[in-house]
Design a protein around this ligand. Sequence first.
Ligand code: MAN
Length: 533
Amino acid sequence: MFHKEFRAIIFQNVLILCASAVLWKQTTVAATQVTRPRGVSLARASLYSPDADFTCLDGSATFPFRYVNDDYCDCQDGSDEPGTSACPNGSFYCRNLGHEAMIVPSSRVNDGICDCCDAADEYQSGANCVNTCKELGSAAQEEAQRRYELESQGYAIKLEYINKGRQAKLSQQERNMALKAEQVEAEALRAEKEREKHEAEEPERQALDKYRQIEQEAVKEKEEIERSKQETEASKAFDWLDSNQDGKLQVEELQTHVAFDQNQDGTVTVEEAKFFLHNEEEMEKSDFIATGWPLIKPFVMKAQGLENPSQPDQQTGEIPLPDDHQQDESMPETEGEEEEDEEHEEEAEPVKPSPVTPNSVEYDAETQELIEVANKARNSYDEADRRLRDLEREIRQLEESNSKDYGPNEEYQPMDGQCYEYSDREYTYKLCPFDNGSQRPKHGGSETRLGSWDSWDGPAENKYGAMKYDKGVQCWNGPQRSLKVHLSCGMENQLLSVSEPNRCEYEMKFTTPAACGEPKKPDDGDSEIHDEL
Ligand code: MAN
């Protein structure tokens, strides 16, 4: 920094000719000549009047104007040295005629590096800067024009989206109103059908109650017959096994039947025989019927080559008596499986749709008629109930969709219901806007939900610049997955890239015409800086 004695007034009249800009803009404003110190913008020129003392722009001091740009820093805010590097916090303005005006920190003035395209920052360093503003200006112009065209096309599509979105919202609202009217009707109809159902079910219930009693009696009777058949079978078996006819079954009597040779060594031992007599020497007929026969019967059947205990003869309840041609001639013949199956089939006669236990009961015509009427009423009720529930579901879905924020002009609505994919080396990612985002391994494996639609998540000045999807699948030893989608203007809806900056926190870049702003025609590229205080 120089001492005051060495102050040199570096002052320069800068002639600003706005003619080129004026020509570009095709207006007819006359050329303006403004004098101002080096490094001062057009907007601040009036604050630097050579005819008066200079007051620092922060108001901290006032001194003669010749101190401005004397390469000595007088103002705390650096405003007295706009054209030198004397103030560490000062700034230097370059006009860059033909391109964009620019403000650089004072430290860059005469530092040997060309910062301004018009070379104005290097007026004393001998850096040999060349004015490149014209070339830069026209390249920037071309780029701005290209962007403008892109944005115009994107915006045209956005207008279509807005149309579609509004249309969809309108028809959803209309449909919702129609459905609500239908819902009222459907509720009334269901109530009526419910009443009719109750009315039809009451006489049906009474009629079936009567049958239920008959049914229970029939079951009891059947059980009784069954029991008596078992007894008859057991009694006949006893009579036959009781070869000395003394009314008791003895060890010796059982020893004569090979069927009781449990270890199959060719002899029925006393122990083997006693096993069937509950370890007694003999057994009474009544004990045999109650507990003996059920124990013995499987051995008898095995001897006959049958797997399961058979039923006695259906008509007589008897087991066939021994036959000379049996394997073990002494054995009474029990019944085989085939017959049992046949009997079973006969029994399995379905009775529809009675709540009474299915069996062979046949309803009289009047009851049958009552069942049919009640069935019809039940079916009608079910149908009315289904219709109402379908309506309610559709209304819920519509209301859910209607409550979604599709952007300030419904421009994002057409993306709802669509899905877009992007693949990297490992995964195929899918974004279904307003629904969810997911990830699927490319080489097999199931889809993992990264998040479900939550809300718009852009910065305060552009809420619609990003979307948030959260509550995805929990990460192993980590948080639930979540996803942020950054939206930018593009000619089509496209998922551009996906990253995972933090474990299980995903980011997507997505272009869409819906994010395009109203295109602004590019200016001549020769822009000024509006840096008024
Ligand atoms: C899976 C993927 C990855 C994630 C890990 C976390 O491999 O979902 O994106 O980082 O799980 O364990």
